[in-house]
Ligand binder design. Sequence first.
Ligand code: SMG
Ligand code: MG
Length: 371
Amino acid sequence: MTAVIRELREIRLPLVSPFQTSFGVQTSRRILLVRAEVDVDGVTTEGWGECVAGDEPTYSAEYVDGAALVMRTVLIPRLADVVDLTAADVATVLEPVRGHPMAKAALEMAVLDAELRSAGQSFAGLLGVTRDRIPSGVSVGIHESVAALERAVAGYLEDGYVRIKLKIEPGWDLEPVGAIRRLIGPGVPLQVDANTAYTRDDTEHLRRLDEFDLLLIEQPLPEDDLLGHAALARAATTPICLDESLVSLTSVSDAIEIGACEVANIKPGRVGGYLAAVAIHDLCRQRGVPVWCGGMLETGIGRAANAALAALDGFTMTGDISASRRFYARDIVTAPIDVVDGHVAVPVGPGFGFELDLAFLDEVTTARIEV
Ligand code: SMG
Ligand code: MG
């Protein structure tokens, strides 16, 4: 069996409403997709991967144009040199290239999807998960007013989401979080995400979030400030969760060891792929650190993959895997991810378990490179 990367495709999808975080506001997404093919005894099967890099390097250093360039000029040529390439080889082959985890993850994902489809196996089957659905949480952006935020959260609760995450930043924290806790009552799980917007000087201020009975505070400090997170974890009663800081197995292990990571947000794109994400899950489970699956505004491709990953036993907390329509009026897959009774079904079809809506995919394609 051998796998090859055949195509890079860029699509553009408008968001149903603006999504504002501490690093900016998004109204649409450019999304880079990868198509791979595997050949087994003369039978060709294709698979797709989704790159979670954003339009601009604001969440992390990666961004769509950079990811496309590094794939085309550096990563894909290295993969093309390998005889009998399999998904399990991709990370090792690309390891000498520094950084670019989201680009690497998308390539591995496309190969893995093709490989699994060719074998008639699902990703959930490969992982050996037993859950057939996972609880669904929603991430709610910064709004222009507390009243607007309250309306948005009320709508999401009506949609059935079982956990709310609020984006916060200096000037948008205690007041909106307090208002939402009052709105939803003590029983609904609530957490916040600062996307690195605070500094160590904000420790006393962040401790005031303790009164709102939050599940966790996600990535309050800069991604390289592990000691700051450890100090904050000692000062606050609300558990500290890391997102941006966790870029590899070693970084996760170290963060746990120094007390900087009481909960881990696992995002396959941020750590270089789904296989690395599984290894990080295993490590966290061993160390007794609860994990949940983050989201990067994925289409039905990444959303399906995340739903299977999040069915692993160590994912004991609700993740940011919402319905496709939370972000997109129309998804590029034929069966958009849906939330039923507050849960998302674990896909059981071959590969990552999605089927592309090829006509719509072509409609939203803005660039295409055959490799
Ligand atoms: O996909 O539901 C989603 C988005 C969840 O808030 C979310 N993601 O830092 O966790 C995070 C953000 C990053 C997204 S902006 C690129
Ligand atoms: Mg986050």
